[in-house]
Design a protein around this ligand. Sequence first.
Ligand SMILES: Nc1ncnc2c1ncn2[C@@H]1O[C@H](COP(=O)(O)OP(=O)(O)O)[C@@H](O)[C@H]1O
Ligand SMILES: [Mg+2]
Length: 350
Amino acid sequence: MYYNRILIYISIFIFFHMGFARSPHRLPDPDSPILIVHDKETDCLHERYSFHFQKKIFDLYDKEFFFENLFPESINDIYGKPVFQDHLSNDLEITLNEILKGKKNFTYCTVLQKKNFNFRKKCGLLILKHKRYPLVIKFFLESAQSLIEPGWKGFEPNFIFFLSGGIGRQLAGFTRVKNRHYIENILRNSDEWGSRVILPRKWFWIPKKNYSIKITGKKISQKDFLETEIPGIYAVIADFCPHQDDPRYSEIRDSEVMKLCNFLNMYVDPHENNFIVTHSDKEGLVITIIDTEHFPSMVGLENQITFNNHAEWFGFLAFKCLKDAYFRTKKMRKEIQRIHKEDLFSMSIT
Ligand SMILES: Nc1ncnc2c1ncn2[C@@H]1O[C@H](COP(=O)(O)OP(=O)(O)O)[C@@H](O)[C@H]1O
Ligand SMILES: [Mg+2]
């Protein structure tokens, strides 16, 4: 689509601005918010300064919720066949080992998406499909250093990192399960959508041998000191959706998806790839939401918003990118840190 091309131009523009605009010899602004990440294994500290950083970096990982939502002892897959956690974990440990060895093809999984993963530095988001089970595995891997180097994982993670106030994909990944629960609750009470939306189940998974990354924030959102500790490696496991879009709905697909996203307060990203639109004899058009990452956190929305169509949604994002990157004066950047409000979305997701 035409707006994909515009996105590429804007990304290149912003990438260069954000990645390289400031001379490394220039001292950081003494008021600048700072993130310090601590690698406990090597005892190395890495730091990054940016007025974009926001307090929600420290709110998204909810340890209790994470451990309550780990993949259980066993489940029945979408075809009703049992999947045992110890068998699956064994396959995932082997897959992780292969990733850490730098392999790009895996014994038990095929690759669905690798555009946000750096195979050389072994960091980012890698989306796989299990060969035997109808399950999708979204692997999140970061080291302390790579966590604050979004550019290592491509254009998209780089500008998402700044748009989202420093969250990035590793932290946003934690919203995928909680936001799914939230969406399920809204849909339960909807006559219009309740029976026409499918939400694949989702769980977290962690390997036996893992490490944690300690993130400390200073001067962020008027707080002198903020701290969180997140797993360096984890996965989100989801039911695989085996269907293709039904061509009979191709003309109304985008408008139906946008209607649904508006109904869900834009809690899901309206991007076309995040939905599969199929037909059921009883309900007619049915939408499967495969990506439940909390969209307001990802792009830093602070007020509730609705869009009439995808072009309007895209225009809004492009303008927000430009505004956040270029049209904030030093005074405005400092002001944003001072008058930070707990936004509607981050409150209900944490
Ligand atoms: N549960 C699923 N069933 C089928 N395909 C999936 C599923 N989850 C992800 N995918 C495939 O992987 C792609 C990327 O997944 P997504 O969760 O949207 O990642 P991202 O946050 O990078 O957009 C999707 O567009 C889809 O093609
Ligand atoms: Mg997606």
